[in-house]
Design a binder for this molecule. Structure first.
Ligand SMILES: [Zn+2]
Length: 69
């Protein structure tokens, strides 16, 4: 299964259908709220350096790792 979920709405992503991504999110300022892989709501923590979000099944996602090291 390679189903994906919108990280901001938790809705299943339909192939060929545009995803609605908030402008702040597109800039990396807004943390995702849902796991892209399973659609579960994640635990989100925002810090001065960025944010991290944790899915109980898929682990930690960090903004710092998505940008630069
Ligand atoms: Zn997950």
């Amino acid at each position: 299964m390679d189903a994906r979920y919108n990280p901001f709405t938790g809705e299943p992503v339909v192939p060929g259908h545009d995803e609605a991504i908030p402008a702040a999110a597109a800039l990396g300022l807004e943390p995702p709220r849902y796991c892209e892989q399973c659609g579960r709501r994640m635990v989100v923590q925002v810090s001065p350096d960025g944010w991290w979000a944790r899915c109980s099944r898929h682990g930690l996602l960090e903004s710092a790792k998505l940008e630069r090291r």
